[in-house]
Design a protein around this ligand. Structure first.
Ligand code: SF4
Length: 221
């Protein structure tokens, strides 16, 4: 977890301090403040350094920069870019009959977070104040109805998803869609807007890569 309130360079120093850490395959994510009722506070300097490293990463795709010199938190964007590229390359004359945003894991199956009172949650990022986040309790086991609600949260905004240009790329999950008070149409739609902005950004990166003759990139899973 990367906290944007820290100096971005700290993370590079940390990873570069040990070759084992440097070479380990990691998924880097930023700390979520959404469920504290705050907008994520991204320091401007943090963002500038992150964007500059993203630029270096793009240069590494065309052999103009050594990828091992790019800050580790940014290198994990290769995986996101690779997934977008794969989806963008998939022939899709029409969508399948049944389709849903694909970012949600089967809650409780991938990993399980348990709080001190014994409540189960899908992961450590999820809101612990929302009744919709709980997927069971240590005394009663899993609440399958709640797991199903989380898995198919898209059904709350069915009609919006059907006409959304980002549907094919949608990777939203309940972590981002729950306001902290519950999963509602309003809480989901608020995040949809941000997600479409991110998708637009990644599609621009894909266009740039294609312009440079890059049709696929190797992703370490
Ligand atoms: S961004 Fe929102 S509206 Fe679009 S597909 Fe994803 S969940 Fe549905």
């Amino acid at each position: 977890m990367v906290d944007p309130r820290n100096d971005f360079d700290l993370y590079s120093v940390l990873y570069n301090s040990d070759p084992k850490l440097r070479n380990i395959i990691t998924m880097v994510n930023t700390v979520s403040y959404i469920h504290q009722g705050e907008e994520p506070q991204f320091d401007n300097e943090f963002l500038c350094k992150q964007d500059y490293n993203l630029f270096l990463l793009l240069l590494s795709f065309v052999g103009r920069y050594n990828r091992s010199q790019v800050a580790k938190p940014v290198v994990s964007a290769v995986s996101t870019i690779g997934k977008f590229l794969r989806k963008a390359n998939m022939p899709a004359n029409k969508l399948p009959k049944a389709f849903a945003p694909t970012g949600q894991c089967v809650a409780g199956s991938m990993k399980l977070f348990v709080d001190v009172d014994g409540w189960f949650y899908a992961c450590e990022r999820i809101s612990e104040t929302s009744p919709d986040s709980r997927i069971g309790h240590i005394d009663s086991g899993f609440d399958i109805k709640q797991v199903q609600k989380i898995l198919n949260f898209g059904s709350l905004i069915n009609e919006k998803c059907k006409v959304c240009w980002a549907l094919q790329f949608c990777s939203l999950c309940v972590d981002r869609c729950d306001s902290g008070h519950g999963l509602t149409e309003e809480s989901i739609l608020q995040i949809c807007k941000m997600f479409r902005q991110d998708t637009h950004y990644y599609l621009c990166v894909i266009l740039l890569l294609k312009y440079l003759g890059i049709d696929s990139i190797e992703v370490e899973e």
